[in-house]
Design a protein around this ligand. Sequence first.
Ligand SMILES: [Zn+2]
Length: 402
Amino acid sequence: MGKNVVTSYTGGVNESIVVNIIRRQGPISRVDIAKLTGLTAPTVTNISGRLIASGIISECAEIGNEGKPISGRPRILLKINPEAANLIIVDIRSKEMTGYIVNAGLAIKEKVSVDLRKLEPEKVMAALEQIINKCISSELGQAVSAIGIIVRGPVLHKEGISLFSQSFGWQKVSLKFSLEQKFQLPVFVENDMRAIALGAYYYGKYYGYKNAVMLGVGWGIGAGIFVNGQLYRGISDIAGEIGHTIIDIHGPLCSCGKHGCLETFASEAALVNSVVSAPNVNISLAAKLADGDLSAILPEHIYEAAAKGDELSIKMLQNIARYLGVGVANIINFLNPELIIIGGGIVRGRRFIEEILLQVISEQTLDSTRSSVKVEYSAEGREAYMKGIADVVLEGIFLTSR
Ligand SMILES: [Zn+2]
């Protein structure tokens, strides 16, 4: 493997704090770093001097809006050196697997995708190794520092174990262990909802909110809980599994083996199930968009049908909104956050869920918690997932004291 600056620099806690803020919020001035971190100006100056000398960050002149030059003397800002590291990121979804090579500035240098629809579940692991091999054998792959993997379903992050993944029949798969053995690179694993939470929180416009919950609603439901600007991971590193909180003990069986989890009522999987099992599904536009094949109905068909006025699709989205509202109200009552960000695929149906969701929240939360919370929607695309896991990898490999 090629050497890069990341592996040749040793730093302490303050160095980590500074480099993380430059990675996430840069280009940023030394003054703003001091303000955001609480470190003194001389400490920031000293640390940034060492980071510049090591090649991890560099200085740049401030650029105005839309790339126009600043009138007067531009401020000098700090940014991450994009060449400080290359990472391989693999985003495993149930129907597709995408491998990326990204640099430390999170720019995508290469992207390869594999269709998983025709692959037997037991061959997914081999396909994952293949996609990593493909990335490593490319020209850029020679300078890769680490690997990040996104999987659906709960993950023990430290151990890098996928606890279960319904799509592939995985039970306690030690992704970190087996991939580190095979590729001799550090491997970091996160579940998809936590990945998008980190991506949207750190690289979106929400960084200023210290206490926030990013609720990812896709095929499953998960959350990233930010307390004082840091992701709260929990003692077993699995905090945020709001999708598996039970809202009806007599409810349907969930992928986790329990009954009536929020996920069985308010996820995209629940949305598809409710449309497919409706008596009038055959005359719905959602079914038409899937060429009449009910087993091929995807969330995107339902969003498109709803946008074109399909009654069944709209009704089922509104139904999802009621349950999602209960989930959000529970979070608000329990955590009293200042911000809830709803992200994931469900945002494509926002116009059909927004009003009902707010209605349920206003009915089911305590006045004092409700009045201090904002509910926003994040329309970040798939790249937010990639950014989230890349953030975890960079935090893991940059400046670890040794
Ligand atoms: Zn469950």
